[in-house]
Design a protein around this ligand. Structure first.
Ligand SMILES: NC(=O)c1ccc[n+]([C@@H]2O[C@H](COP(=O)([O-])OP(=O)(O)OC[C@H]3O[C@@H](n4cnc5c(N)ncnc54)[C@H](O)[C@@H]3O)[C@@H](O)[C@H]2O)c1
Length: 463
């Protein structure tokens, strides 16, 4: 028996057949959801020699991809065109074609509802589409970040509705995506991939499939473990960033430079990992994923206290930034109402165009609500949709820097000359320490009030 696992003849047949098709690159690979996660995965499979069909409900995106036009910065446009021209990759919105794939990886969004409860509807829609076209010997892998139990409590019953059984007729696993948009050092290929199948056979097949595109596969004992691994990774970041943000609030009270404290602590060669404060959490993962964990635990009568506290502190940061802008202006005898505020950066992090959950959105909304005259600069984000209005990015010029009453650095894109910003602006609130390499100056607030200013104020109060 090639597989070496104890199982029925039917299972052995389906397993060996698919293993062979994967090894020989004859398996047709399906990827559902062609966004930041799905498209890089689909192109890696195609590069590895599989015929890949990408499925998406966004017909404009499908048409663009089939024309070789790429919307994800991490995917090389030239590579995509070649893969389309050679027929290695095609995109479609025709979900009947799921019947023709041997494997399917589900990479659809898992956002939050307004109530901060998980919106699992995209996963359900995708799993139902797979279930409608399911055939024996198919491998289904869920990649979307989600709460523990999604794969075996929600997806598995959907797939088994018509009588096929996971582990014998079909195979199911969870494998969290760890992609870090904009990171050129760690890509899909050299980032280890965690895999947890419902049965050993499921894990084995998923390992064979992903082993063809990643250097290291890490097998775990169940989909639940794999689901919790992903939530641990992202909750770890949310909690530690929350602590760094609280340190910034503490440093502000104490009149200490928070960046200096963290940099000095980071010289400890063991037992300390530096995390940095900022304007608040952003992106599709860190602000969202811990809520998936907290929600699941609430349903089991358990409160995930670290998650809740981190979310509270991180959620207060945009308001803190606006408060700092108000105070900094006040010290120059200006008020926020009517002040010209130039926001540098709208994306949620450096050198990307993604604005999902970006703290810049909340900061801009709050500044507008307080009647500041707001404009923003971001070469990656030409237009920004706020709740009630659309803003257009303005170019960064000497005139705009000189004219601003306050420049707020929200995202530290590397294509901005921060020395020029500090030289020309009359007031800078730098939420990212983008100006940290420059000499201290009274008109530059690095998230917290300049330490010398606090000392001056204390002297005034005590004399
Ligand atoms: N972006 C990241 O950095 C990142 C990293 C790790 C994990 N994740 C997780 O991966 C998942 C996908 O995230 P993303 O950033 O790629 O999202 P995305 O919004 O960039 O892409 C999702 C795609 O799925 C499509 N889609 C939605 N519903 C669909 C359906 N029913 N059938 C087919 N296509 C559908 C959308 O049109 C879109 O093209 C999420 O669970 C996310 O939490 C994201």
């Amino acid at each position: 028996m090639e597989s070496g696992l104890a199982m029925s003849d039917g299972t052995e047949y389906e397993l060996d057949r698919l293993l062979e098709r994967i090894r020989e690159r004859r398996a047709v690979v399906g990827v559902i959801g062609l966004g930041y996660v799905g498209l890089p995965l689909a192109t890696e499979f195609a590069r590895a020699g599989f015929h890949v069909i990408g499925f998406d409900v966004d017909t404009a995106r499908v048409a663009a991809l089939n024309a070789g036009i790429c919307h994800i910065p991490d995917v090389d446009g030239g590579l995509l065109r070649t893969l389309v021209e050679t027929g290695a990759f095609e995109a479609t919105d025709d979900f009947d074609r799921l019947a023709g794939v041997d494997t399917v990886s589900i990479c659809v969004p898992t956002p939050l509802r307004k109530t901060k409860d998980p919106d699992i509807s995209f996963v359900v829609d995708a799993a139902e589409a797979v279930a409608r076209h399911l055939h024996r010997g198919q491998l289904v892998v869920l990649e979307s970040t989600t709460f523990p139990g999604t794969t075996d409590e929600l997806v598995q019953p959907l797939l088994e509705r018509r009588g096929m059984r996971v582990g014998s007729d079909i195979f199911l696993a969870f494998s969290p995506e760890r992609i870090d948009p904009g990171n050129t050092r760690y890509t899909l290929r050299n980032t280890p991939k965690v895999i947890g199948g419902v049965t050993e056979e499921c894990t084995r097949l998923a390992e064979a499939l992903y082993g063809s595109v990643v250097e290291q596969v890490v097998k775990v004992s169940s989909p639940r473990v794999a689901e919790l691994v992903k939530l641990l990774e992202n909750t770890f970041r949310a909690v530690n960033i929350g602590m760094a943000n609280e340190l910034a609030l503490i440093a502000n009270v104490l009149g200490v430079d928070v960046w200096e404290v963290i940099q000095a602590a980071a010289t400890k060669p063991f037992g300390f990992v530096p995390f940095y404060p900022g304007p608040g959490l952003g992106g599709h993962c860190i602000p969202v994923d811990p809520h998936y964990l907290a929600w699941k635990l609430r349903s089991l009568n358990y409160r995930a206290r670290f998650v809740e506290l981190a979310s509270e502190v991180n959620g207060e940061m945009p308001g803190f930034v606006v408060e700092q802008v108000t105070q900094a202006l006040n010290e120059q005898r200006k008020c926020l109402n009517g002040a010209r505020v130039l926001v540098l950066g709208a994306a949620y992090k450096r050198d990307v165009s993604d604005v999902r959950e970006s703290p810049a959105l909340e900061i801009l909304e709050m500044l507008l609500a307080r009647h500041a005259e707001v404009s923003y600069v971001d070469s990656y984000v030409p237009r920004l949709q706020l709740e009630h209005e659309t803003l257009q990015a303005t170019p960064l010029t000497d005139e705009s820097l000189r004219a601003a009453d306050c420049v707020v650095i929200v995202t530290d894109h590397t294509n901005v000359d921060y020395e020029r910003v500090v030289r020309l602006a009359s007031l800078v609130v730098d939420t990212r320490n983008a100006t940290g390499h420059l000499a201290d100056a009274d008109h530059v607030w690095r998230l917290v009030r300049p330490a010398r200013k606090t000392a001056q104020m204390e002297r005034i109060v005590t004399t």
